[in-house]
Design a protein around this ligand. Sequence first.
Ligand code: GRF
Length: 192
Amino acid sequence: MVSGRGSNMQAVIHACKNGKLKARPVVVISNNATAGALDIARKESIPAFHLSQNTHPDAGSLDRAISEIFQQHQVDLVILAGYMKKIGPVLLNTYKKRIINIHPSLLPKFGGRGMYGINVHAAVLAAGETVTGATVHLVEGEYDSGAILGQQQVAVLTGDTPESLAARVLAVEHALYVDVLQNIIDGKIYLP
Ligand code: GRF
């Protein structure tokens, strides 16, 4: 599930296609009709759909429609890759402990409401942190909550701007997401 540029999604798709990950990306859903991620998915020949308040004004019917698409495509694991909307109760329940997300900080630090995109890195710098990083975690309802499945640190350097920090963290995110997925596939991370 994506909302924007889709670089994490691209990293996961590449890892599947080059054999690093024994997994198959089967469907992409975006709440944003103009997301770059949708173009990437379609170029990779992965079915990609726009589902949002615009296509489904009723929140319950949107939630059910997303779950149905995943079930039709026999999805085992839902990967959020820059998805900016809250997950509905039907999807959460249908894919209990089968929805994972990546966040550009060392959660629980710099997570929660308003902590997305460049805001996260600006807050890290404002707090004078010397280390930040990325976190992959289970999605269990609240923003950026749920069991942590993997983390990777990134040093904050003198002279870093939110943008320079974001770029270094993003590169780490791509590798971390693939590593965590591999650990799930290998059973090293057990999803009950
Ligand atoms: C990433 O920084 C991710 O941690 C956050 O949203 C951003 C998505 O970037 N959840 P991209 O669309 O994968 O390039």
